[in-house]
Design a protein around this ligand. Structure first.
Ligand code: NDP
Length: 330
């Protein structure tokens, strides 16, 4: 069947400016970390990707590492791009990342110029595109001079293979150093990708949110639902097919009595607002102006519909935020 994008796709999610740049991203971006490898049906994966685009989610996040096996998720996206989304390439913000290990070779990991630019070549091939919109260094590599890693990212832009540069999982000090180096090279840092949710406050505690404000880059926050822990699905049991059951990245051991107590308190705050915990958790990350986009995953189109409805609810009040603080923090 030939795909035609929904005519009303730009009426669903707001778009937010990334830092001091000129680029707007959807309040919700979609990531292909889990369930987009060869272990799930392509038809479902395609349906979810196209549904996201129909909802106005223009930004799709990938990495050479996502699968299984590594590189498979971007091949999945590449297949959908070739089959359905090619006419819309100019309306898409595609990102990928280099630097997490994808093989035993020393040139398939880390922050060397060799690794970063080799990874980008692989990713462009997998995605079937000449350029990505955002190219990230996936994690800091303290054994490589920052000048070398940043220099490789700058080269990607100069070669026309990336429009913007991002970094991920960098702590504030190294982030600031990267900002300075990139500025000197005339390629400002667009965005930082960091984990942030009611259950992970590090960007508040370590000063990353302040650095984003001061240095003028945006934040795109990953796992805003703590991989599904900030939904009501694990309150009673671990449902079949859920990530805590089938991914090595979310251990069922975290779903203990303490987790259930905290989460059911948060669930009550959401219920009092007439919404779900997932919706509350997403509104919570987006309450911060430094956060450009909440980077979500989904294993069904229903989850996507449900989650983007978060912004139909009124903003969280100071009283509600205080209650969340009381129950959400360890
Ligand atoms: P989330 O915290 O949004 O978790 C998404 C998962 O939660 C879904 O796949 C689904 O899992 C479950 N879920 C979502 N909505 C609902 C709902 N309404 N009800 C019940 N369950 C729901 O984000 P992710 O952890 O998936 O991360 C998002 C993206 O962030 C990744 O795809 C990747 O692009 C990026 N990322 C970046 C990292 C980095 O180092 N830079 C690291 C990790 C992620 P299920 O149904 O399978 O249980």
């Amino acid at each position: 069947l030939t795909y035609a994008a929904a005519a009303d796709r730009y009426e669903n999610v707001p778009y937010r400016r990334s830092g001091n740049s000129g680029l707007d991203l959807p309040a919700f971006s979609f990531g292909l970390w889990q369930k987009f490898g060869t272990d799930y049906a392509f038809a479902t994966q395609r349906e979810i990707i196209l549904h996201a685009f129909d909802l106005g989610i223009t930004h799709f996040d990938n990495a050479d590492r996502y699968g299984p096996p590594h590189r498979a998720a971007q091949k999945t996206f590449g297949a959908v791009l070739a089959k359905d989304l090619a006419p819309y390439r100019d309306e898409l913000i595609l990102s990928t990342k280099a630097g997490n290990p994808i093989g035993p070779s020393p040139y398939l990991t880390g922050g060397s110029r060799k690794s970063i630019l080799t990874s980008l070549e692989h990713s462009l091939r997998d995605l079937g595109t000449d350029y990505v919109d955002i190219f990230y260094h996936h994690r800091p590599d303290l054994s490589t001079p920052l000048e070398e890693s940043v220099g490789a990212l700058v080269s990607a832009v100069q070669q026309g293979k990336a429009l913007y540069i991002g970094i991920s999982n960098y702590l504030p000090d190294r982030t600031h150093e990267a900002v300075e180096l990139l500025r000197q090279a005339g390629v400002p840092l667009l965005i930082h990708q960091a984990r942030y949710s009611i259950y992970d406050r590090r960007p508040e505690q370590n000063g990353l949110l302040d650095t984003a404000h001061q240095d003028g880059f945006g934040l795109i926050v990953y796992s805003p639902l703590a991989q599904g822990l900030l939904t009501d699905k694990y309150l009673e049991t671990i449902p079949a097919g859920a990530r805590a059951q089938n991914s090595t990245f979310l251990s069922p051991e975290v779903i203990d009595e303490t987790y259930r107590q905290r989460t059911s308190e948060l669930n009550k705050i959401a219920a009092a607002r007439g919404q779900s915990l997932a919706q509350l958790a997403l509104q919570w990350v987006l309450r911060r102006p430094e956060v450009t986009s909440a980077l979500i995953g989904a294993s069904s189109t229903e989850q996507l519909d449900h989650n983007i409805a978060a912004l139909d609810f009124p903003a969280l009040t100071d009283e509600e935020l205080a209650l969340i603080e009381e129950h959400g923090v360890h």
